[in-house]
Structures are given as structure tokens and as C-alpha cells.
Design a protein around this ligand. Sequence first.
Ligand code: IMP
Length: 190
Amino acid sequence: MRKIWFATGNPGKLKEVQEKFSKYGIVVEQLIAPYPEIQADTLAEVVESGLSWLWGEHGKPVIIDDSGLFIDSQKGFPGVYSAYVHKTLGCQGIIQLMKGASDMKANFQCCAGYMNEDGDVTLAVGRVDGTIILEMRGDGGFGYDPIFVPAGHDRTFAEMSLEEKNKLSHRARAFEMLAEKLELNRNDAP
Ligand code: IMP
């Protein structure tokens, strides 16, 4: 049974990833290892830098992820600054920013990355499109979930059950793709 580590402090994410990877016969264990998150322009750069730091520290095959909310009319803001903007301005700050905007389109993106024992990196990006609404709805989820309605739905992520959100989410898509890529790489191996 193949074993890899997931560096996260979030038990919800861990469970989601364990579920996805178990289908491929991969066991995922939690690695409690807070790594420095660099200030960069893209999620991929943040992930690549975190992976090489972790590899230097632990030398284990490890997965990490980084995600954010990208608003079309705000040129992708808050994007890579999503965590900081949520901590400082919150959903209300985004609502204020979007008042009067005619284009409410936004998307969540997640970049999931894996580094093997040899230091080779595999990245996968997942995305879910939707719209921002000007009120907070729902008690579930976290972050910007109460103001994000995924395309084709009329409820926010915060109004959905965790199972429902996990089927649609950027993170689910990124991890699904990453698991598939790792499985393909394994089949390519001699
Ligand atoms: P992280 O990559 O999971 O640390 O996410 C960075 C930030 O993006 C979080 O602090 C949230 O503000 C926002 N974010 C990422 N994923 C989600 C999501 O699924 N729902 C709501 N907000 C999210």
C-alpha cells in the first residue's frame, strides 16, 4: 500500500483527501508541519515553494494545497491574498467592494501539489465558477462560502451540506485530478 503525507492542520481537508486517494489504494497520513507561505502572484508558486521547504525539512512524499477566491470584475482579487483579506475585511468587505458592480462572476481555485522522495513535483488545479451575492447566506462551510453561489445552483456553498460542497468544490476537483495523475505516473513506472 502506497503511503503519502498531507501537510495540513485542517481535519476536514484531511478526511476529504483520504477519501479521494483511498480509491487509488493510496494511504494519506497527516503531517503536522506548518510551512512558510510565501507572498507570490500565483497559487502554484506558493505550493511549489511550500513543497520544497517541506522536502528539505522532512524528506517525505508530501501533498499540500493552496486556494483562493478570484473575482472577475476585481481583476482576480482577492486571489492569492484570500486568507488575509478574509481575516481582515471578511465577507462584508467583499460585499462592500461588489456593491454597484455589474459583473458578479467569480471562481474558487485550488492548486494541489505533490512532491515525491526524489523531489519531483506534480501539480493539479481545480476550479469552480459561480457568482458573488450581496448578502451572507448559510451557516456551513468557512471563508467566503456564505457569499458564493456555484454556477447551476441557487444556494451558497454555506447553505449546502459538506458532502454536496465536496462534490463540486475546487479543492475536490484539484485532489481528484492529483490522485489521477499520481496513479498514471505509477502505471508509467517500469
Ligand atoms: P486555504 O488555501 O485553504 O488556506 O484557503 C485560503 C483562503 O481562501 C481561505 O482562508 C478562505 O478565505 C478562502 N477559501 C479557500 N477555499 C475556500 C472555500 O472552499 N470556501 C470559502 N473560502 C475558501
